[in-house]
Design a protein. Structure first.
Length: 359
């Protein structure tokens, strides 16, 4: 992988780390706080926290492409699908199925993301990434199994699968916004989801927790949802939805590990086996060597970039402007080099033999 690929790899794993910690921490908040209220406050913490950070550090925004009116349809989809419909379907489904069933079904998010990415967004998978994706899913399934619990399929299970489908749409559409300022995207998503969630919580009669608990939830949301989603989006722009989603799927294992270390829970044999499968998935993605002769069409777009990546050859007054964003043009070019499904490499692979798609 190239330097930017390694940075995206670390970013996706860090995003999973931050998000994974939210689950065990949130267990302490659920005492006296309704689930929809908690989700809304976590989203609000992400939006408000990043907004304050942008005010304090405005130079970071100047290095990113701004969100424009053309992005509104994409933003509407990720807010409605990922932040409103997904959580509502999940919360409703949880009232109808056993906890073990719900945990197993939530692993469908990665599968949904992969199917949608492949069928509707033309993201190449290849055998290596497909195997990595399935290894992570199997690891998640093993970790989720409760030998003493019951398993059943019901309308609630269908609702949870619907939630996973919504999040699969969210992941893929967010990938289309990955060239824009991630903080701005998360601020809009967090604030909208937080406001809608609080309205829904009020309508169903959930009450707000005490002031100091609200503060703790907002801080948790800033790190676990806000910074995590920013890193997730930055990884999407380099690795694509499937690869980033496979790495982000480590979050349940990380959350479980956090519980073992800080909450005194003792891991069993499932944790060891699950870790091995997930480690295989991460290894396959981290060591992917995808290269072949490919062509870039002539295109103009705006995103954060450097001039040492072999794809940005336009000139500036200064010799090396470093990380920056502006509207720029790419001329048509055909070449062969190692790459991932980033903003410049969303090309067709149907005519390539499998051994050239991913080695």
């Amino acid at each position: 992988m190239q330097r930017s690929d390694h940075a995206a790899l670390i970013g996706a794993i860090t995003a999973a780390l931050l998000f994974g910690i939210v689950v065990p921490v949130s267990k302490t908040f659920l005492v006296g706080t309704g689930p929809i209220t908690l989700a809304a406050l976590l989203y609000m913490g992400a939006g408000v926290g990043l907004l304050l950070l942008k005010i304090i550090r405005p130079h970071q925004t100047q290095q990113e492409a701004p969100v424009t009116r053309r992005d509104i349809p994409f933003l509407a989809v990720i807010v409605i699908a990922g932040s409103v419909m997904g959580p509502i379907l999940l919360m409703t489904g949880l009232t109808m199925v056993p906890a073990g069933t719900a945990s197993l079904l939530l692993n469908a998010e990665l599968v949904m993301t992969g199917i949608i990415a492949s069928l509707f967004f033309s993201e190449p998978l290849g055998r290596r990434v497909a195997i990595a994706m399935m290894a992570v899913v199997i690891g998640g399934l093993i970790l989720s199994v409760d030998p003493s619990g019951t398993f059943g399929i019901s309308a609630g299970a269908v609702l949870i699968l619907g939630a996973c489908f919504c999040w699969g749409i969210d992941n893929n559409v967010t990938r289309s916004l990955s060239g824009k300022d991630p903080a701005s995207v998360v601020i809009i998503k967090g604030m909208c989801a937080g406001i809608v969630g609080l309205i829904l919580a009020t309508l169903i009669g959930e009450s707000l927790p005490s002031t100091h608990v609200i503060l703790y939830i907002l801080i948790t949301g800033f790190f676990g949802y806000g910074l995590s989603l920013v890193l997730f989006i930055r990884s999407l722009r380099t690795l694509g939805a499937v690869r980033t989603g496979s790495l982000f799927a480590l979050a349940p294992f990380i959350g479980a590990g956090f519980s073992w270390i800080f909450l005194g829970e003792v891991p069993g044999y499932q944790a060891v086996v699950s870790f091995l499968f997930m480690a295989i998935g991460v290894y396959l993605i981290a060591t992917e060597d995808h290269h072949h002769l490919h062509s870039h069409i002539r295109v103009s777009h705006d995103h954060r970039h450097r001039h040492d990546d072999g794809h940005h050859t336009h000139s500036h007054l200064e010799s090396d402007p470093g990380e920056h964003a502006h509207l720029h043009q790419h001329d048509m070019v055909t070449h062969d080099h190692q790459h991932t499904p980033d903003l410049h490499h969303y090309h067709d692979h149907e005519l390539l033999p499998d051994d050239k798609k991913s080695e």
